[in-house]
Design a protein around this ligand. Structure first.
Ligand code: PLP
Length: 441
């Protein structure tokens, strides 16, 4: 039996390497892990080799793998009506929109559904442009907003990529105290100076040309940069001062990841548009969307909103959202993420930082943490790409699936991670990083 399963793993690997063209990869150097099943925080291959999924795949499997209530809801919907077009009305889609708006601030009563996070940002940008009659969009250099047309241009991290859409996008520096652009020495100073910088950018670009400021509430892929005190409220004030739409991108940080339903619930800020995807249904079916303020929604009462795709508001996605959000509420998953971050995951990573000189900084909240690796703590010089490649293969070899970005390990297990799993994951990280610290990096 095991031999047969090993054969399935070999076949899956061979088929993949022969015929699948992977995203975000140089194809020749790829060695994808074969996955055949999963439950909670664990996934496994056909032969039963297990991995602790401390990446939640793409930081999206917030309720853990294969929650039976959600998979049953998808199967049930598939058996009744597997597909319908977006222009129809459907109970599950309405219920999904109602569940999401119930979590949003008052006066945000409509949801536009998309297929994922990038097209949520695309459509939010389009709404802001049509609502204001202005063109420019401001976003931060350290950001990731997706990999389609306007979303890739809004993404600060990837400005270096060639693209044909770079119209009306301007970047600015957000707060990042560990590598401050503002020579700040405290979170308060970083916040104040970053706000002054943003306001200067707005003034220099011409406020009457700026439709939107697009921000990840907690920038994720670019470093899990928890905003300092006063920053988001200050951005809101700048947006208000100049009539600019504030779009908060909650694609990665929303739906429990930070230990709150929306990450912005922890700050004194109210967005005009919220973009979401990933955690809303833990990625069981592709979906995303935009939660829209009543003022912006009214713009389109008598004016056509020119956006939408064949699968917008797909019934399988809608059914999975309803089930996933109900499960999160019924099982207290968001409160669990907050508690486990505060009492187990955060302390475990802080302890690790104390013991491993290769760790420059640990930061985060809930189940959303970055461990920044440096060759030298004094200069904060990042470790090399070769070191990160070694960290990656060592972690996988020990049964830990990581999310790595630049010189960082992003520790982002499902929100349901247990104390025992935190201890297990931290022990693997310790093994790998201690081995590194002991040698020349
Ligand atoms: N916005 C943020 C903050 C993200 O982290 C991502 C993906 O990682 C996206 C947008 C794009 O989402 P998708 O890959 O579903 O298009």
């Amino acid at each position: 039996m095991t031999a047969v399963r090993v054969d399935l793993d070999a076949r899956a690997y061979e088929l993949d390497r022969s015929h699948v063209f992977h995203s975000w990869s140089a194809q020749a150097a790829l060695h994808p892990v074969v996955l055949a099943g999963g439950r909670g925080c664990r996934v496994w291959d056909h032969a039963g080799r297990e991995y602790l999924d401390f990446a939640s795949q793409m930081v999206n499997v917030n309720i853990g793998h294969q929650h039976p209530v959600v998979t049953a809801a998808i199967a049930d919907q598939a058996a009744r009506l597997a597909t319908i077009g977006p222009a129809t009305a459907n109970l599950q889609r309405g219920e999904a929109a109602q569940r999401i708006t119930a979590l949003a601030p008052d006066g945000m009563d409509k949801v536009f559904f998309t297929n994922g996070g990038a097209d949520a940002n695309e459509n939010a940008i389009r709404m802001a442009r049509l609502h204001t009659g202005r063109d420019k969009v401001l976003s931060t250099y350290r950001s990731y907003h997706g990999n389609t047309g306007a979303a890739v241009v809004a993404t600060g991290d990837w400005r270096r990529m060639p693209n044909e859409y770079a119209r009306g996008h301007v970047h600015f520096f957000g707060p990042y105290l560990y590598r401050s652009e503002f020579w700040a020495s405290s979170p308060e100073e970083e916040s104040e100076r970053a706000l002054r910088h943003l306001e200067r950018v707005v003034q220099c670009e011409g406020p009457s040309t700026i439709a939107a400021i697009l921000l990840e509430t907690v920038p994720g892929t670019a470093g899990i940069l928890v905003p300092p005190p006063g920053y988001l409220a200050g951005v809101r004030a700048i947006a208000d001062r100049y009539g600019i739409v504030l779009i908060l991108d909650e694609v990665m940080c929303g739906f429990g990841r930070t230990g709150r339903w929306f990450a912005f619930d922890g700050y004194d800020v109210r967005p005009d548009l919220i973009t979401f995807a990933k955690g809303v249904n833990s990625g069981y079916v592709p979906v995303g969307g935009v939660v829209i303020s009543d003022a912006i929604a009214r713009t389109f009462d008598d004016t056509v909103f020119p956006g939408g795709l064949t699968y917008s508001g797909h019934p399988l996605a809608a059914a999975s959202i309803v089930a996933a959000l109900d499960v999160m509420a019924d099982e207290g998953i968001v409160a669990h993420a907050e508690r486990i971050g505060r009492t187990a995951l955060g302390p475990a990573l802080a302890e690790l930082a104390g013991d491993c000189p290769v760790i420059g900084e640990v930061r985060g909240e809930g189940v959303f943490w970055a461990v920044e690796l440096v060759a030298d703590r004094a200069t904060r010089e990042p470790v090399s790409a070769a070191t990160m490649a070694r960290v990656k293969s060592d972690l996988i070899a020990r049964g830990y699936l990581p999310f790595l970005a630049d010189n960082r390990i992003h520790v982002a297990p499902p929100c349901v991670v247990t104390e025992a799993e935190v201890a297990e994951g931290a022990a693997i990280l310790r093994d790998v990083l201690t081995a590194l610290s002991a040698e020349e990096i």
